[in-house]
Design a protein around this ligand. Structure first.
Ligand code: OAD
Length: 270
C-alpha cells in the first residue's frame, strides 16, 4: 500500500470500506482480468484479438459457414491455450473476497475457465464457454471426443449432420436468456458492483453496472485505463486486477482497512 500513488491508495481504502459493509457484491469481469494470465484482451490496439483478427470472419455464424475449418481451428487453439493457462492473483483475490461476503456473484464476459480454476463453483458466463460445444443447426450440446479436438475440421453433429461449433456467443446472436436474467437480478439486488477489466463496449453486459447503480449499488471499477464506465463509477481503481484486487482483501496492511469485519467468516463466530 505504501508504495502506491496516493490517489490509488485512497481509492483502495474507500473500496475496502464499502466492501466491508456489503452484504451482496456482484462482480462483472471482462478480458482484462485474464490478461495477466497471458490471455489477450479484444480491443487493445497492439495485442488485442480484434486488432489481428476480423470478428466478422471468426466470431459470427456467417463467418463459420463460409470457412468452418478456419473458425474451428481458431477456437480449438484458444481452447488448447486455455488448458495451459492458470488463474492469476486477481482471480484468486476474488475467491478470497467471495469467502468473506454473505453473497458474491461472478458474472463474466470471458469464455475462459479461469474463475472456475481459481475456485469459484458458480460462474455466470454471459458469452458462453470455450470448453462447451453445440450443433450450429439443431443447437444440441455436443461433447467432442479428445481426438476431435485435435482435428482441423469441426466434427459433424451425430443427430442432424450439422457443424459442431464452440458454444460461445457470436456477433448478432442472443445471450442465453436464463443467464442474462440471473445477471440482471444480481445487478439489481447487489449493494456493490465490482467491475473488473472490461472496456464496457459490449451490450448488454455494459448495461449491468448501470442497472446496479440505478438500484442504489456502489460501482467500483478496476481497470488501468479509463473506460466508458469510469466517469459514472463511484470508485475507480486505476491499476491492473492482479495488483489491486489482492489489496481489497489483504489483511497485511491495517492502515488500508476500516476497523474491519472483513475477513474469513468462520461458522459459529459471533
Ligand atoms: P476488451 O478487450 O474490450 O477490454 C478489456 C479491458 O481490460 C480494457 O478496458 C483494458 O484496459 C482492461 N485491462 C487490460 N489489462 C488489464 C488488467 N491487467 N487488469 C484489469 N483490466 C485490464 O474486453 P471485454 O470488455 O471483455 O465478446 O470485451 C467484451 C466482449 O467483446 C468480449 O466478451 C468478447 C468481445 O467481442 C465475445 O466474444 C462475444
Amino acid at each position: 500500500m505504501n508504495s502506491l500513488p496516493t490517489h490509488l491508495s485512497d481509492a483502495v481504502v474507500q473500496a475496502r470500506t464499502v466492501l466491508a459493509q456489503a452484504e451482496h457484491v456482484a462482480c462483472l469481469t471482462g478480458a482484462g482480468i485474464s490478461a495477466e494470465s497471458g490471455i489477450p484482451t479484444f480491443r487493445d490496439c497492439q495485442t488485442g484479438l480484434w486488432a489481428h483478427f476480423d470478428p466478422e470472419d471468426l466470431a459470427s455464424a456467417a463467418g463459420f459457414r463460409r470457412n468452418p475449418p478456419r473458425v474451428w481451428q481458431w477456437y480449438r487453439d484458444r481452447w488448447k491455450n486455455m488448458q495451459e493457462t492458470a488463474p492469476n492473483a486477481g482471480h484468486r483475490a476474488l475467491v478470497e473476497l467471495a469467502g468473506w461476503l454473505p453473497r458474491f456473484d461472478i458474472i463474466t464476459q470471458n469464455v475462459d475457465d479461469l474463475h472456475e480454476k481459481a475456485g469459484h463453483d458458480t460462474v455466470w458466463h454471459l458469452h458462453g464457454e470455450l470448453g462447451r460445444f453445440r450443433c450450429l443447426d439443431c443447437r444440441r450440446p455436443y461433447a467432442p471426443a479428445p481426438v476431435e479436438l485435435t482435428q482441423d475440421t469441426p466434427p459433424p453433429c451425430p443427430r442432424c449432420q450439422g457443424l459442431i461449433r464452440p458454444d460461445v456467443v457470436w456477433f448478432g446472436e442472443m445471450l442465453d436468456p436464463a443467464v442474462l436474467e440471473r445477471a440482471y437480478a444480481s445487478s439489481r439486488a447487489c449493494d456493490v458492483m465490482l467491475v473488473v477489466g472490461t472496456s464496457g463496449m459490449v451490450w448488454p453486459a455494459s448495461d449491468l453496472p448501470c442497472a446496479a447503480q440505478a438500484h442504489g449499488a456502489c460501482l467500483i471499477e478496476v481497470n488501468p485505463q479509463s473506460t466508458l464506465l469510469s466517469a459514472g463509477a463511484d470508485i475507480c481503481l486505476p491499476a491492473s486486477a492482479g495488483q489491486v484486487l489482492p489489496l481489497l482483501c489483504s489483511q497485511a496492511d491495517d492502515t488500508a482497512g476500516p476497523d474491519r469485519n472483513i475477513g474469513p467468516r468462520i461458522s459459529g463466530d459471533a
